[in-house]
Every structure is written in structure tokens, then in C-alpha cells.
Design a protein around this ligand. Structure first.
Ligand SMILES: C[S@@+](CC[C@H](N)C(=O)[O-])C[C@H]1O[C@@H](n2cnc3c(N)ncnc32)[C@H](O)[C@@H]1O
Length: 288
């Protein structure tokens, strides 16, 4: 059912400690709302600010200890077993979603011994660095988020922002369901049901002091959109924080040229590494 613009009312729903911000339903009219900026409702901002303050009071003390040693592929491959278990566990709630078809994934891994996926890096990173403020651009049904949460020891002191207009699959409720299936739930989960180009500047405007420890850019795979998401991430990332960018490889979306262009512009502020071919992803740590 198509909704009229005047019928759209921003609302925020508090589910326990989880905030969902939804301002329209997913339907055929979605694209016409792309440029529509609706300010965050007051209650949503104040609840989110409370969560940010709580998490930040614990992170303020943290000191940047210099560039990290990015893990080797062999080290990341150790996480395949857990990834497999997560996928299997989530399968029952996601039967028709290819993302959870473990048998197919298994075939790919067997065929392409060098397959490496961002989720393995995320697991490694969370296990070793316990990021407290996470931003995910493109969350879909929460698969990569869940891979991270499994390794979070301080789940009750973590803030996760998800940005996704859910144009493929998924919804905020689906993410919650999947988190529950795996028995995990971060303290502050803010699901922003909007396009990144609108919401990333809005986050910076509303919470100028908020910096993230980890940002995954995995939203629109149109080169221009992906480049803009990378650009916008620079000012949202804390010093020492990690940026992860998916689908560099030729059998994926081939975003390697976008990544290289971004590195040319911002490389002096980051150390970077690619885990490339056939799917591949890039990671960057902000060092200044
Ligand atoms: C590849 S999926 C994300 C997969 C997820 N990160 C994972 O690994 O499980 C891409 C997601 O980006 C979302 N998306 C598409 N365009 C977007 C945009 N402009 N801003 C934010 N998200 C977008 C889609 O709705 C989709 O859910």
C-alpha cells in the first residue's frame, strides 16, 4: 500500500534497551522518500544520548596504542568453525535466506581455498579489541553483527548503530529475532531505518562528540554510494578505530577501485590492508 507523505510520522519505540527508529514502512514508495529529511524525535535523541554517555564514560580512558598488526589470513581462517555454527543456528529462523545456507557456503569454501570474508575479521577484531561503539552501514538481517556479538564479553556496555533502509531483506525486528536466536543482545542497539547518505551526516550533527571504534561499510554497492559512505566514515571514526569495507573482489561487486580511490585521498590518516580475491574486503585503522 502506497503511503502519502503527510501520513508519515516519525516514531521511536523503546523495546527494553533497544531503540528502533522507523519513519516509514518498506513498500513500493520507499525510493520517493530518499531525499526526505525528518529530524530525529526528541525522545529518541535523549534516550540514545543516555546510552552514548554510559558507553563513553567507560571508553574515555582508553588510550590509542599505535597501529595494530592486522591478522594474517591463516589466523582469520580459525574462525570458520564458529562462523559455521552461527550460520547453522540462525538457519532455522532464516530458511529462505541464502545468507544462512551453510551447505552452499561450505561448497564455496571447499572450492576456493582462499575465500576469506569480512565476518572472520570482525570476529577476530571484536575478540581482541572489544569495540564499544559500533556503526554498521547495511545490516540486512544482522548476520555480520551477530558474528561480532558472539565475541563481545561486555555486551551490556556496547552501543551499536545500524543504518539500513532494508531494501533487500531484513528489518529491525528481524535483527532482534536473530540476535535472540543466538542468545545475544547488545545494550544499546539503535536501528536507523534510512539511507546512509541522509543519516550519517545527521548522526554527526546530532552527536558531534560521538566517535565509533568500528565501522562496517556494507550498504549500497553502487560505487558512488559506497565511496560516499567511506568518505562519511572518516569523521565518524575514532583515532585507533577500524573501518571495514566489503566486496572488493571481481566475483563480488568489484569495489576495489572505490577503495583505492578512497585510499589515495585519505591514506595518510590510515594504515590499511586488503584481504582480496575472490570476494575480499579491506580494513583501515585511523592513526591520525
Ligand atoms: C550486503 S547487505 C548487508 C549484509 C550485512 N552487512 C551482513 O553481512 O550480514 C546490504 C544492505 O545494505 C542496505 N542498503 C542498500 N542501500 C543502502 C544505503 N544507501 N544506506 C544504507 N544501507 C543500504 C540493503 O538494504 C542491505 O540490507
Amino acid at each position: 500500500m502506497k503511503r502519502d507523505l503527510k501520513d508519515i510520522k516519525p516514531k521511536d519505540i523503546t523495546l527494553g534497551k533497544v531503540l528502533l527508529y522507523m519513519n516509514y514502512k518498506i513498500n513500493g514508495a520507499l525510493h520517493s522518500f530518499r531525499r526526505l529529511i525528518i529530524p530525529f524525535p526528541e525522545r529518541f535523541v535523549s534516550n540514545t544520548t543516555d546510552m552514548i554517555n554510559k558507553v563513553s564514560s567507560d571508553t574515555d580512558e582508553r588510550i590509542y596504542r599505535g597501529p595494530m598488526d592486522f591478522p594474517e589470513i591463516e589466523e582469520l581462517k580459525l574462525y570458520w568453525g564458529i562462523y559455521k555454527n552461527i550460520t547453522r543456528t540462525l538457519r532455522k529462523g532464516n530458511r529462505f535466506d541464502l545468507y544462512y545456507n551453510w551447505k552452499d557456503i561450505h561448497k564455496i569454501i571447499k572450492k576456493e581455498d582462499r575465500v576469506i570474508i569480512k565476518d572472520l575479521f570482525e570476529m577476530w577484531y571484536v575478540q581482541h579489541f572489544q569495540p564499544k561503539r559500533i556503526l554498521e552501514v547495511g545490516t540486512r538481517t544482522g548476520k555480520s553483527l551477530i558474528s561480532q556479538m558472539i565475541f563481545h564479553y561486555e555486551i551490556d556496555n556496547t552501543l551499536v548503530f545500524c543504518i539500513d533502509p532494508f531494501v533487500e531483506q531484513g528489518s529491525s525486528r528481524k535483527i532482534l529475532k536473530n540476535l535472540k536466536l543466538i542468545g545475544s543482545r547488545p545494550l544499546g542497539l539503535v536501528v536507523l531505518n534510512r539511507y546512509s547518505e541522509e543519516i550519517m551526516p545527521e548522526i554527526k550533527r546530532v552527536w558531534p562528540e560521538l566517535y565509533f571504534d568500528f565501522i562496517l561499510v556494507d550498504g549500497s554497492h553502487e560505487p558512488e554510494d559506497a565511496y560516499r559512505d567511506l568518505q562519511m566514515s572518516v569523521e565518524l571514526l575514532d583515532k585507533g578505530g577500524i573501518l571495514c569495507f566489503d566486496d572488493l573482489g571481481p566475483t563480488g561487486y568489484n569495489l576495489i577501485t572505490v577503495w583505492e580511490k578512497w585510499k589515495e585521498e585519505h591514506g595518510s590518516r590510515f594504515t590499511t590492508r586488503e584481504y582480496y580475491k575472490p570476494y575480499g574486503f579491506g580494513v583501515a585503522q585511523k592513526i591520525r
